[in-house]
Design a protein around this ligand. Structure first.
Ligand SMILES: Nc1ncnc2c1ncn2[C@@H]1O[C@H](COP(=O)(O)OP(=O)(O)OP(=O)(O)O)[C@@H](O)[C@H]1O
Length: 242
């Protein structure tokens, strides 16, 4: 039986730069997988390959039993895959609610009162309901991160992919965002979360994967992975022989 998300032998290069090197991993339904790796390891490219904004040289992506490798990004989103972007990309001149509605209608395929009710629910969940009518461009960084989360959730994802959503936040802001992500996970959404803020990731995920040069170098229980000498050397810069 295949996993909820099954990535098999994914390969992608940009000339001499390899961003996915025979990448294989699986995510089970309800799991929260954390992804670590140095800058330029290929983490965002991996999201692009899974969500379809980048096409693979070879390999396959199976989601909920369907081979979606040839699907467009829009079709993958309709199938239940959604992601946030490392750099928040709201429609700055529109309100928070309008941003949510665009995600729900254009990407999520909802309309009318169904879309409105869903957006209100999501904005409540992401703690932005009290700012629904302000311009997205006037939000703080935490607000823009919350709006990224909102826009991803408004498409009704079954697999939510978060790309460095905690980056640049203060400790307090990070804690509050982590609580929201925990609540989303507890509501049944499967998560893959790329993050450099390791303590935030460890507060949520039940499995960790480390990639470097597009290749999976470790995968397993978070504490065990963090303690492995290879990961400490490659990710944290600590020499395994020291
Ligand atoms: N479209 C592209 N064309 C050429 N090179 C690219 C392209 N997209 C990404 N790269 C390169 O591929 C490598 C991996 O980039 P990617 O953004 O996937 O890394 P990352 O692990 O997400 O890094 P970070 O942690 O800094 O966000 C980098 O060297 C990047 O410059």
């Amino acid at each position: 039986m295949t996993a909820f998300l099954q990535v098999d032998n994914l390969c992608k290069s940009f000339g001499a730069i390899t961003v996915a090197d025979d990448l294989c991993f699986a995510v089970e339904k309800g799991q929260a997988l954390g992804v670590l790796g140095p800058n330029g390891a290929g983490k965002t490219s991996m999201f692009n390959l899974i969500t379809g904004t980048l096409s693979a040289n070879s390999g396959s992506v199976i989601f909920d039993g369907t081979n979606i490798t040839k699907y467009s990004a829009a079709k993958r989103c309709r199938a239940g895959l959604s992601r946030s972007f490392q750099v928040p990309q709201p429609f700055s001149g529109m309100t928070v609610f309008e941003n949510a509605m665009i995600a729900a209608t254009q990407a999520g395929g909802m309309s009318g009162s169904e879309a409105e009710a869903h957006c209100i629910n999501v904005l409540e969940q992401t703690e932005l309901l009290d700012r629904a009518n302000i311009q997205a461009g006037s939000l703080t960084l935490l607000g823009r991160k919350r709006l990224e989360l909102t826009r991803a959730l408004c498409t009704k994802p079954r697999l939510l992919m978060l790309d460095e959503i905690a980056g640049g936040l203060t400790e307090g802001e990070c804690r509050s965002l982590v609580q929201s992500i925990k609540n989303i996970h507890a509501s049944g959404v499967t998560i893959i979360w790329i993050e450099h803020v390791v303590h935030a990731l460890l507060a949520v995920v039940d499995k960790l994967m480390v990639i470097d040069f597009g290749r999976k170098i470790a995968e397993g229980p978070p504490r065990q992975i963090m303690e492995s000498p290879e990961v400490q050397e490659i990710y944290l810069g600590i020499d395994a022989d020291e």
